[in-house]
Design a protein around this ligand. Structure first.
Ligand code: GLU
Length: 504
């Protein structure tokens, strides 16, 4: 059993990948890896009207960035291909036909205009048991007319014939026993006029043919499950059906409703994994990656949106998640998204990640701002010094730019009002003192500074702020003597000198 576990992530390429989608992929991946199974990616692109150029590549890039790459996918096919539903188009009609032949589905010839006008005149109109007998379909038309309509290529769709008042039950791995009444669902379209299956038919046929054993998907698909169960029953037998697990919704921070792209935009945080520009509207949406998140933090945060291991532990690496994840501990209730908490994860991951690993991304951030930085030991030391102060990778820029570019004069203006001759002679002497140093190390720099202050009868506390402003240009940053050490002798002296000149 263990080796046979097969799960699938089945996104539709309709735009950027929402963090809820990435979490679904992640839970699938964790479950598969934990059981030595296979994680399959299937592109559900049967709705050609919603197909968006670039979205499939975006899905691939997201999974690669997160480190949760599928074992089988359109670009790395296994023996269950093709992995794009549009390329499987010819597979589905036979199954739809089987359903018709056995009385579980029927042809419907109603035109889009007819249905539209019915919907207008009856706002709650549904193509269901109450109405199907008054509409234009193979249940109401004589057989000979159906034949002739089919022979003359009249456009039709195939609909499922939902049974009347049947209880459809299944056990969800997260929600436990779930029951539906079949009368509540309309007769969903299974095969469209263009010959393409709808999601309902395709998902069942493909889960069967791809030998999927467990389906983890978002809670929004729960209302579709009774239709899928019926199709399983009619086509393949319920004993072959995968186990279902409907993952809790990701909610807005206050918990009032699903976290949508609009809601995230309004609240000022990302919702997509990476930058996304809609090719049709050219609308740009910033992603977690570009906002400065590490993939390790992103997936750690996503894993915890709806799951914990029962202890207080919050930081998990991907391999630890593979080891500890359990579907039994996934919550039923929706998980509120908390951007501050997301940043907290990132901060923790920045702190624990080696600078060598972070460097390429930090270098790109600097490059994008027009600042070239060297890949050398001194730069690593600078980033190590400011690392704990960075919540997002982009913070490395603000936190350390003064090492790479001289600060402007605005800081100096802020110390001018309290500037006096005593301070001036102190710093003049500091220049002499520091110039004579042969070892440029934090302790030596600090001791020398304090000695000169004591000799001049000034409290070092009064001198620290001006010194910081001279080197950094502002009031914040790590320990000033650490800064001086990493700036180096020449640059530190040059900054004191030019500040003194400025203050004349
Ligand atoms: N194609 C569906 C989606 O876009 C997948 C639903 C499922 O996993 O069954 O989310």
């Amino acid at each position: 059993m263990k080796d046979n576990i097969r799960v699938r992530f089945a996104p539709s390429p309709t735009g950027g990948l929402h963090l809820g989608g990435v979490r679904t992929a992640l839970y699938n991946y964790l479950f598969a890896k934990q059981h030595g199974g296979s994680f399959v990616l299937r592109i559900e692109d049967t709705d050609q009207g919603r197909y968006v150029e670039g979205a499939e590549q975006y899905i691939a890039d997201t999974l690669a960035w997160c480190g949760i790459e599928p074992d089988e996918s359109p670009w790395n096919p296994g023996e269950f291909g093709p992995y794009r539903q549009s390329e499987r188009k010819n597979i589905y009609a036979g199954y739809a036909q089987k359903l018709i032949d056995e009385g579980y589905a029927y042809y419907a010839f109603d035109t889009a205009e007819d249905l539209e006008s019915l919907r207008k005149s009856q706002p709650n109109f549904q193509y269901n048991q109450a109405h199907r007998n008054n509409l234009c379909n193979s249940l109401t038309l004589p057989e000979s007319e159906v034949k002739s309509l089919l022979n003359t290529n009249t456009p039709y769709v195939i609909r499922i014939k939902m049974p009347d008042d049947e209880t459809i039950s299944f056990t969800d791995m997260i929600r436990g026993d779930v029951h539906f009444n079949s009368s509540l669902s309309d007769d969903k379209v299974l095969l469209k006029a263009d010959g393409m299956p709808t999601y309902h038919l395709a998902v069942v046929v493909d889960d069967f043919l791809m030998e999927i054993t467990h389906t983890f998907r978002g809670e929004e698909w729960l209302p579709s499950t009774p239709i899928h169960i019926l199709l399983w029953k009619y086509l393949f037998g319920l004993h072959l059906m995968p186990k279902w697990a409907h993952l809790p919704l990701i909610l807005k921070p206050e918990g009032n409703g699903k976290l949508s792209k609009r809601a995230a935009e309004k609240l000022g945080f990302p919702i997509f994994s990476m930058n996304w520009t809609d090719p049709r509207s050219r609308e740009f949406t910033e992603g977690f990656r570009e906002r400065g998140f590490l993939p390790e933090a992103f997936i750690n945060m996503l894993a915890m949106l709806g799951w914990n291991d029962g202890t207080a532990q919050e930081i998990f690496s991907l391999s630890e998640l593979v080891e500890k994840f359990s579907i039994e501990r996934v919550h039923k209730a929706g998980a509120k998204f908390d951007y501050e908490k997301a940043k907290w994860y990132n901060h923790e991951w920045i702190k624990k990640t080696d600078i060598i690993h972070l460097f390429p991304r930090i270098q790109t951030i600097f490059q994008n701002k027009g600042v070239a930085i060297k890949d050398d030991e001194n730069t690593y030391q600078i980033f190590n010094l400011v690392k704990d102060r960075c919540t997002l990778l982009t913070d490395f820029f603000e936190q350390s730019i003064f090492f790479f570019e001289k600060p402007g004069n605005t800081g100096i203006e802020s110390i001018r009002p309290k500037w006096n001759d005593q301070k001036n002679s102190f710093f003049t002497e500091m220049i002499r003192n520091y110039t004579s140093l042969t070892t440029w190390k934090v302790d030596i720099l600090e001791n020398a500074f304090k000695d000169v202050a004591a000799a001049n009868g000034i409290k070092p506390g009064e001198l620290m702020l001006p010194f910081r402003i001279m080197l950094v240009g502002g009031k914040s940053g790590p320990g000033i003597f650490h800064i001086a050490e990493l700036l180096g002798k020449e640059e530190t002296l040059a900054r004191i000198q030019s500040s003194l000149k400025n203050l004349q």
